[in-house]
Design a protein around this ligand. Structure first.
Ligand SMILES: Nc1nc2c(c(=O)[nH]1)N[C@H]1C(S)=C(S)[C@@H](COP(=O)(O)OP(=O)(O)OC[C@H]3O[C@@H](n4cnc5c(=O)[nH]c(N)nc54)[C@H](O)[C@@H]3O)O[C@H]1N2
Ligand SMILES: Nc1nc2c(c(=O)[nH]1)N[C@H]1C(S)=C(S)[C@@H](COP(=O)(O)OP(=O)(O)OC[C@H]3O[C@@H](n4cnc5c(=O)[nH]c(N)nc54)[C@H](O)[C@@H]3O)O[C@H]1N2
Ligand code: SF4
Ligand SMILES: [Mo]
Length: 694
């Protein structure tokens, strides 16, 4: 029977039909507002991972020189015993939990609960910290709520202008470019990227403008645009007076960023800044940010500056004829990057996007969990700090849905630290680079083998359905958590039925910012368009901010942000700036897509993009093997000489492990507000490597 489901990868959550054909399933695109029937290469080939040849199908225990198969009972008994021992010798916080934005809402919720009341640890965080935390912090600060897109994605279709900062949707969410068609036809797609990315190239047919600043200078670009809007009288004064606070201080800060000064810092011509600002002020404009501007030590401030620009222009919350006609949003990345940041796997958070420090939130959630509020630990530490504690304060780590050996900053240090642990348990369905370091690998079910829900980049809650039976010994993580909770004598109930867990999540979220209490699997199965907040008795909230922002006074905050310009030479490293990012063919650490033959054939290895002038100065030709060196380490890749990048910048994808690992080079420096690491700016040197013929 054909099942309606959604893609296992990114936050666009393209709709699919899954039809079992013998032991395999056939994937077809299905019409849906986000993808309109389209899928990218990764989506088309996603079913290949279900029966990949090295799929983990039984619990594995580390032995000298490899792994041996063990029964579930043996594995779980031993893990529970060792967790108890670590806890009694070092305290409950010596056990850490690392979650993922790919987990369903049900699993993410249960993992937060499991950490707090079965393990009693505060030390849970997740890979969304690498991904969404800066934009989330900026959204919370300005609007009082963090929903990536506060409007359905199809509202972008009628835009005249879309300013896309640090986002390469043509490679990272291909069907999304359908929603750029209106702006392109109107000549109004503006792409800000130091590279002529696939998305920047969409502007070349006269459909828009490519702005090419030096990496890490977007905050200044945004201050310059805001300066022009205010200086040329293009601001929406009535909107600012009625709907915002903080204009005076903002005006003082941006006064100092006239276009010629911005040009000096960023390399963006003053005339181009004026052109973009004027264009945005013509109305029907959207401003969208991606990881390119967020994964920096000033990512929260940069996202804030983008929101300030949007507010000064009066864009957010403008709804006409039942559609948002302008606005600001961030393009959430992982499949459940949105839901994954709402239900409690974040160090400082309880379900419903509640604060773990809020006594009323603790009381409400404790009553749902059936525990006393004081038994819920306080806030833990963010991901990079948690990884920095491995082998020291943290002796055991449970990993659910992340491959940190490849994807964490300063990955060589993380790999060494994982080795120092007394116990590493990884739930996965493939032997990822992280799983291969574990004491136990526990085989879990994949997307098409289990029921659950995801929340798309627009805050739309979706049903994923089981279409195929899992391998006999693979188990849902809900089952793994139940079995461990039982062995740890945990309080509370631990359902293994996703619909029941959803109902509990809905109760726990009731009254919170991300309120799901009006939803259930059954309700979703009726096909409602379910945008949160969706309190019981409501019809959900496709568009936020029409009447008010989520702060108690209903007003948005303009937060004056100041660039912390680095003195030349203040950061150690070579003379080139390395930015890292994504290729169309691979997903994240590549644990899944490097197992799909078609994708591997298309992109077998990492390539370093480098400008022809820079390459010739360094004696490098396309195809040469090069070594990239930062203060953290050395990585190898083939050179791809291209004029589509600035002279001072090189680009490396982060999907590859081992000697090609981009994160060998990155530093564990983080944004002070969000604790998001700086993946997009590392100083490196590049040199050609002599290849000895075999
Ligand atoms: N194919 C594919 N698609 C994916 C993913 C994947 O791994 N592969 N991952 C998903 C996830 S989790 C995420 S978070 C999204 C990410 O989606 P994107 O944000 O689109 O992806 P990135 O490639 O990380 O970065 C986007 C662009 O930022 C640019 N950039 C780098 N530094 C700067 C800078 O300082 N300023 C500016 N303005 N731009 C800069 C890069 O050149 C790059 O083109 O993609 C999702 N979709
Ligand atoms: N240099 C550099 N580094 C980056 C970035 C960058 O732009 N540059 N981007 C960062 C960003 S935005 C992100 S989101 C991270 C992502 O990087 P990771 O956190 O490593 O994400 P994935 O590669 O998706 O890893 C998911 C792992 O979990 C498994 N998995 C998938 N679904 C499930 C499930 O339901 N349960 C369990 N238990 N396992 C599952 C997969 O097989 C895979 O091994 O990388 C970050 N790292
Ligand atoms: S764009 Fe994202 S959700 Fe859509 S098919 Fe590709 S990976 Fe899947
Ligand atoms: Mo991400």
């Amino acid at each position: 029977m054909t099942r309606s489901s959604h893609c296992p990868y990114c936050a666009l959550q393209c709709a699919m039909s899954l039809t079992p054909a013998g032991a395999r399933i056939e994937v077809a695109g299905r019409d849906f507002p986000t993808n309109r029937g389209g899928l990218c290469k990764k989506g088309w080939t996603s079913a290949e991972v279900l029966d990949t040849t090295d799929r983990v199908t039984r619990p594995l225990r580390r032995v000298d020189g490899g792994f041996e198969e063990v029964s579930w009972a043996e594995a779980l008994d031993d893990i529970a015993r060792r967790l108890r021992d670590i806890r009694s010798s070092h305290g409950a916080d010596a056990v850490g939990v690392f979650g993922g934005g790919g987990l369903t809402n049900e699993k993410a919720y249960q993992l937060g609960k499991f950490a707090r009341i079965a393990l009693g640890t505060s030390r849970i965080d997740y890979n969304g910290r690498f991904c969404m935390s800066s934009a989330a912090a900026a959204g919370n600060r300005a609007f009082g709520v963090d929903r990536g897109l506060p409007f359905p994605v199809e509202d972008l279709d009628d835009a005249r202008t879309i300013l896309l900062l640090g986002s390469n949707v043509a490679a990272t969410m291909p069907p999304f470019i359908g929603h750029l068609a209106g702006a392109r036809a109107a000549g109004g797609l503006v792409v800000v990227d130091p590279r002529r990315s696939e998305t920047a190239r969409l502007t070349e047919d006269g459909g828009g403008i490519h702005v090419q600043p030096a990496p890490g200078t977007d905050l200044v670009v945004l201050l310059g645009l805001t300066h022009v809007v205010l200086a040329e009288g293009l601001a929406d004064s009535a909107y600012l007076a009625e709907r915002t606070v903080g204009l005076d201080e903002l005006r003082r800060e941006v006064n100092r960023w006239w276009p010629e000064r911005v040009q000096e810092v960023t390399g963006v011509p003053a005339a181009q800044l004026r052109q973009v600002a004027r264009r945005l002020a013509e109305g029907r404009a959207f401003i969208l940010t991606g990881r390119g501007v967020e994964q920096h030590v000033d990512g929260t401030d940069t996202a804030t500056a983008a929101i300030n620009l949007a507010l000064v222009l009066g864009l957010p919350g403008r709804v006409e004829g039942g559609r948002a006609v302008s606005g600001y949003g961030t393009l959430t990345g992982q499949g459940n990057g949105q839901g994954g940041r709402e239900h409690g796997q974040k160090a400082d958070q309880l379900p419903g996007y509640r604060k773990i420090t809020d006594p009323a939130a603790r009381e409400h959630v404790a009553s749902v969990w059936g525990v006393p509020p004081e038994s819920i630990p306080g806030p833990g530490v963010p991901a990079v700090e948690l990884l920095g504690m491995l082998g020291r304060e943290v002796k055991a780590l449970l990993v659910h849905g992340s491959n940190v050996v490849v994807s964490a900053p300063d990955a060589a240090a993380v790999t060494r630290a994982l080795d120092e642990l007394d116990l590493l348990v990884v739930c996965d369905f493939v032997p990822s680079e992280t799983a291969l370091l574990a004491d136990y690998i526990l085989p879990v079910t994949q997307w098409a083998e289990e029921e659950g829900t995801m929340t798309s980049l627009e805050g739309r809650v979706l049903r994923r359905r089981r279409a195929i039976d899992p391998p006999a010994e693979a188990r849902s993580e809900l089952w793994v958590m139940r079995e461990l909770a039982r062995r740890l004598d945990a309080p509370g109930t631990w359902s293994t039925d996703a619909a029941e867990v959803f109902d509990e999540l809905a109760r726990a979220s009731a009254g919170g910012i991300a309120d799901y209490s009006g939803l259930s699997h059954a309700r979703l199965d009726e096909g409602v368009a379910a945008f949160w907040p969706y309190p019981a008795g409501s019809a959900g909230t496709p568009r936020l901010f029409e009447d008010r922002f989520a702060h108690p006074d209903g007003l948005a905050r303009l937060v004056a942000v100041i660039p912390r310009l680095r003195e030349p030479g203040a950061q150690r490293g070579g003379e080139l700036t390395l930015v890292t990012g994504r290729l169309l063919e691979h997903y994240q650490s590549g644990a899944q897509t490097r197992r799909v033959p078609e994708l591997v054939t298309a992109r077998p290895e990492a390539a370093l993009q480098i400008h022809p002038a820079t390459a010739s100065r360094l004696g490098i030709a396309s195809g040469d093997l090069v070594e990239i060196t930062s203060p953290r380490g050395v990585t190898r890749a083939r050179a791809e000489v291209t004029s589509g990048i600035r002279h001072d910048t090189v680009f490396l994808p982060f999907h590859f492990p081992g000697a090609e690992r981009a994160n060998t080079l990155t530093e564990a420096a983080v944004d002070p507000v969000s604790a998001m690491p700086e993946f997009k700016r590392t100083l490196v040197s590049v040199a050609r490597v002599e290849e000895v013929p075999a």
